[in-house]
Design a protein around this ligand. Structure first.
Ligand code: MG
Length: 262
């Protein structure tokens, strides 16, 4: 018998002797509430959750806000100057980064969200590293989920596809072949700040890439900087932004919807 096992057994015996046995051995909880004895006592009937059609418009849940359905960019503006978004809408219902026209962002601001985005790397883009179909999805205009073509293309792992840029590599690399459509399903919880402007609760992000969990409730330290450490400054709701990496990425997007979370 190891010293560790002996210590455990001795501790258990001492707790039993003191009447501190396992809680389920008692008919009362530590708060003194009597243990239920019928199934009905632990049933909750209200409030009843709202009903949502999981296959609403464009296959989005019926309570989602459709940010892009292939027809127009009315919900988007240029990030630089708030003018009309200038990316190219394609006949197949997608849009493509118009190189050099800059990032686009939603007109509306959001806090915590469930966000669905579909994106496609470009078959014509044969660059290497960070120049191969680089784009990105930003939450609250600050926190980037990287979009990149890493098929036969290596780069630093905290900047690869599905990374939370410069902070968290993806758990796995789940891309489809170059030129095929990827999905990102992102669960994002906005940070909270105290009255002094200090972050009391960091933002956290969960990402499913083509249905595969690649970021698991990761707590960001601050903004996702290209150069330098993450930055923290108090902020409220912000737009969702898509990146023009300004290197002829050729990245396309389609079928973007969001469900604000409270
Ligand atoms: Mg990027």
């Amino acid at each position: 018998m190891t010293l560790f096992n002996y210590t455990l057994i001795s501790l258990s015996a001492l707790l039993i002797a003191c009447g501190k046995g396992p809680e389920h051995a008692s008919s009362e909880s530590p708060g003194g509430i009597k243990e239920p004895t019928t199934p009905e006592e632990t049933e909750v009937w209200s409030p009843v959750p709202d009903q949502v059609d999981p296959s609403g418009q464009n296959g989005a849940p019926s309570d989602a806000i459709i940010l892009f359905d292939g027809n127009h960019l009315d919900r988007w503006i240029s990030a630089a100057d708030s003018s009309a978004a200038k990316w190219t809408i394609n006949p197949d219902g997608s849009m493509t980064v118009a190189n050099g026209t800059g990032d686009i962002q939603t007109k509306d601001d959001f806090g915590s969200v469930q966000l669905h985005v579909e994106w496609r790397s470009s078959l014509e883009n044969t660059a290497n590293g960070q120049a191969k179909s680089n784009s990105g999805v930003y939450l609250q205009n600050r926190y980037e989920v990287q979009v990149l073509d890493n098929n036969d293309n290596s780069t630093y792992v905290n900047g690869m596809v599905g990374s939370l840029y410069k902070q968290s590599p993806p758990l796995v690399m789940a891309s489809v072949p170059t030129g095929s459509w990827n999905t990102y399903d992102i669960i994002y919880h906005a940070p909270e700040f105290n009255p002094q402007g200090l972050m009391s609760l960091p933002p956290n992000i969960t990402v499913l890439h083509n249905g595969v969990l690649i970021q698991d409730h990761f707590h960001l330290e601050g903004t996702t900087e290209y150069i330098g450490w993450p930055k923290v400054s108090a902020h409220g709701p912000g737009p969702i932004k898509l990146q023009d990496h300004n290197d002829h990425s050729g990245v396309s997007y389609r079928n973007i919807w969001v469900r604000p979370l409270n």
